[in-house]
Design a protein around this ligand. Sequence first.
Ligand code: BG6
Length: 449
Amino acid sequence: MATRSAILVIVGISGDLAQRKLLPALSQLATAKVLPEQFMIVGITRRSDVTIEPLIAGASDQTYLREHLQLFQMDLETAADYARLSDHLVAIEHQFGTAADRLFYLSVPPQVSWPIIELLGKAGLNSVENAKLLVEKPFGVDIASATELIEHINAYFKPHQVYRIDHYLAKETAQNLVVFREGNTLFKRTWNHDFIESIHIIASEKIGIEGRGNFYESTGALRDLVQSHLLQLAALTLMETPPPDQFEDIPNRRLAALRQLGLSPTLPVLEAAQRGQYAGYDLEARNPGSTTETFVSLSLASTDPRWQGVPITITTGKALADKATEIRLTYKQDRDYESNELTLRLQPNEGIEVRIWTKKPGYDAAYEQHGLRFNYADHFDNLPEAYERVLLDAIKGDHSLFASSEEVLETWRILTPVQNAWEQAGHAGLIIYPTGTSSQAVTTIPPPA
Ligand code: BG6
């Protein structure tokens, strides 16, 4: 259990994230009895018609939330309202009988976050001991805006106060990647270019943009999933793993891996970075002729000698045949039947599978590939949701599953040539794929002439 008293201020309590992820996660943490004994959630809203009951409808322990969630109505652009908020937090601390850690979770779009950060700072809410700022992606839209955002945050909060959330880092299966690599000699010793032929990180989604046209038009798959979640999975796959007693060094090791990563140097940018859009997307997003990509396939390479010559591919897309997030490592082969494939499946059906060759029983010398599988579901009832871990680690002050500002800048550095090339290319090279296409098939469709 986290021991210090804490107040979690959620800015944007009536938003989708708070209702679908944050409040259910807090309820689970309460059930697991890991929240501080003295804990209060203050949900900020600018609307006067918001009430608690509909917000907590999706949570398992509604009784806990009824007792520990308060609503606070304020205008996020009015400085005086931050002074009122400050008084309100002091009043909660009086009830606790002690000072509390204060966490400000900005669950609002980036353009709304910008003035909030400033006004929190100007109201002195940044300087109280143990004030923490939790920010959601997108961390800028390119390297220039990310740099500005980081400078803006740095003007009011110190680096150790800032928690940049990438919920993929907090997925149980992503955390297991480090343990799997470090704890299994068989894989630890062969995790390099001598044995591995190629690495493929895939995040295929069945869903389309689900009514988020405005958001997606200003985002696209590259910014939405690649810049954050998938480059972080690449970093976890490529980095040097630390020994178990030094896991707090993981962010530095992810950063070192990102610094060595770039687009494949042997391909022209438009071949190394292929993009597609599902048919009908532009009308759904109410922007006929839009060039926003809903599919990306990037060919990358690392300058780390460990990964010399190993192609690294990241593929993601919406409205594809299935939902699957996987890291696939293909091992080198000397003969046809000798290659193995290791799949780390992040979701759904979380697990690990190694494809091995066996002799087919019988009188002939015939070989077959089969899978050795570990499925989480066979051993564990359910896995914690990533947001449970995000919230608990921020309360405890553990930064290892959050992205540092340096990591954010590195990921934008990797993507800058892609953003420039696509901007210049307009529609050229944009593949239009039917919804339900498999992620492998998209890049085989020729773009419209
Ligand atoms: C979010 C993206 O960060 O991640 C969404 O904005 C995407 O577009 C989602 O659907 C995928 O998350 P998960 O955990 O469902 O794989």
